[in-house]
Design a binder for this molecule. Structure first.
Ligand code: AMP
Length: 187
């Protein structure tokens, strides 16, 4: 089963992706984690993207798409993908569709975790204390939220009329969101 978790930064996509990964024996595909890994490795990609990420800007579609394309065509992960933080642009969404079709796959469920700006700010402030992410300071949070509203939110129109699209109140407690997702997935 392939799943997309969609929503603003701080909506809880990563937490739910990890739950689903365990429950379904699937693979979390977090572009944020993949990109942070490139920075840690000090790879060429890592050196190119570090400033974009620290400023809360999107990494270029070409770079992100090339990293995700490999995962979609990975035979071991076929039909077991949980996208967390991808797609975030229309270009990414269209590319993903193309690769899924070309690898004989589809998206089975899309979950939109909808959360308002104030809740996001409070949550990311807490996460900053726990994870100490360099892009979780207030200025960058606000920048990331604006980028989400301008560039990612419109991607919703691409998916929202699909029969497999589900909107969930992302302000609910983690366990309540998990239970709603599990009910829809019937797992
Ligand atoms: P996340 O961990 O999902 O909150 O992502 C952290 C940062 O990584 C974002 O603020 C972007 O700079 C970058 N990033 C993650 N996913 C993408 C994506 N799909 N497209 C472009 N940039 C991304």
């Amino acid at each position: 089963m392939n799943i997309i978790l969609f929503g603003p930064p701080g909506a809880g996509k990563g937490t739910q992706a990890k739950n689903l990964e365990k429950k379904l024996n699937n693979f979390q595909v977090s572009t944020g984690d993949i990109l942070r890994d490139e920075i840690k490795k000090e790879s060429e990609i890592g050196r190119t993207i570090i400033n974009y990420m620290n400023e809360g800007k999107f990494v270029d579609d070409k770079i992100v798409n090339s990293l995700i394309k490999k995962v979609v065509f990975d035979k071991q992960k076929k039909g077991k993908l949980i996208f967390d933080g991808y797609p975030r642009t229309l270009d990414q969404a269209k590319n993903l569709d193309l690769w899924l079709t070309n690898s004989d796959q589809k998206i089975d469920f899309i979950f939109f975790l909808n959360v308002n700006k104030d809740t996001i700010i409070q949550r990311i402030k807490k996460r900053k204390i726990i994870e100490n992410r360099s892009d979780d300071d207030l200025d960058t949070i606000l920048k990331r939220y604006d980028t989400y509203m301008e560039t990612t939110r419109p991607v919703l129109n691409y998916y929202s009329t699909n029969s497999n699209f589900n909107e969930i109140d992302g302000a609910l407690k983690i366990a309540e969101i998990t239970s709603k997702i599990n009910d829809i997935l019937k797992v």
